[in-house]
Design a binder for this molecule. Structure first.
Ligand code: PGA
Length: 280
């Protein structure tokens, strides 16, 4: 079973001060046993990455923590990974690209992941599968894990084109990756489900995830797939997360609006993680 991951995408929300307060709240819950096998990934705005990266490093883990023995208050157990993601990246290494941020700059902040091709970037900033493929390549080149977002629009779904659209986005988005796809995460986020309160049935999402995995295999990329994780995003909350995480092909969740409160994010993760990892 893939290690479950929960991504908090804050979008254009929270100042540096607000981001650090969130981290302080989050830290209080990190010793929960349900979270010990999870990747928690926070994607704040660019401006907060450096300060948050520094704060997370200060939470550094004792190597001697023993399973079953509670770590001291505020210490993160070693099997929980708390990481940062950027919400975007530029594909060039440096140069005259006013307003852009490179992979090297992101790495310096302590960031380990980057969300690429979110539907808001595709819609408002004209990103397409070509520019997205270049960003995926640039992030992997710097050792960052890309979280490639794909998803159909309402009209495409009505026309029965969900799988066609999603498979093409995955294929083209990953087209410049030669090697190991296990360093990538794919986030399936139907555009019509983002921020609307509407979601597909969890079984439908499971089928889309299965189709994505299958299409990568058919492209002869099965060896390269390794532990590639496919996560779901779109109006996930405390009530519906369990249904998604019980699906065998859903390896985690990308949460937007509901992740803006640290308490709600932790609640979602606790419910979701319990579905995925049976506790003793
Ligand atoms: P939402 O956003 O959870 O607010 O629907 C998800 C996303 O945009 O990634």
């Amino acid at each position: 079973m893939a290690r479950p991951c929960f991504v908090a995408n804050w979008k254009m929300n929270k100042t540096v001060v607000e981001s650090l307060s969130y981290l302080t709240l989050l830290q209080k819950h990190l010793t929960d046993r349900a979270l010990q096998n999870c990747d928690l990934i926070i994607a704040p705005p660019y401006t907060a990455l450096f300060s948050m990266g520094k704060r997370i490093k200060e939470l550094s883990l004792p190597t001697s923590w023993v399973a079953g023995v509670s770590p001291p208050a505020g210490v993160v157990p070693p099997s929980l990974r708390l990481s940062l993601a950027a919400q975007n990246i530029y594909s060039e290494a440096d140069g005259p690209y006013t307003g852009e941020i490179s992979a090297k700059m992101l790495c310096e902040t302590g960031c380990q992941y980057v969300i690429i091709g979110h539907s808001e970037r595709r819609n408002y900033f004209s990103e397409n599968n070509n520019t997205i493929a270049a960003k995926v390549l640039a992030s992997l080149g710097a050792g960052l894990t890309p979280i490639l977002c794909v998803g159909e629009r309402a009209k495409e779904r009505k026309e029965g084109r969900t799988l066609e659209v999603v498979k093409r986005q995955v294929k083209e988005g990953l087209s410049r990756v030669d090697g190991d796809l296990s360093q990538c995460i794919v986030a399936y986020e139907p555009v019509w489900a983002i921020g609307t309160g509407n979601t597909p049935a969890s079984s439908e999402v499971g089928q889309v995830h299965q189709a994505i995995a299958q299409s990568l295999k058919e492209k002869g990329r099965d060896d390269a797939c390794g532990t590639l994780r496919i996560i779901y995003g779109g109006s996930v909350n405390e009530e519906n997360v369990a249904a998604f995480m019980k699906e065998p092909h859903i390896d985690g969740i990308l949460i937007g609006g509901a992740s803006l409160s640290a308490e709600t994010f932790v609640n979602i993760v606790q419910v979701g993680a319990r579905c995925n990892v049976p506790l003793p």
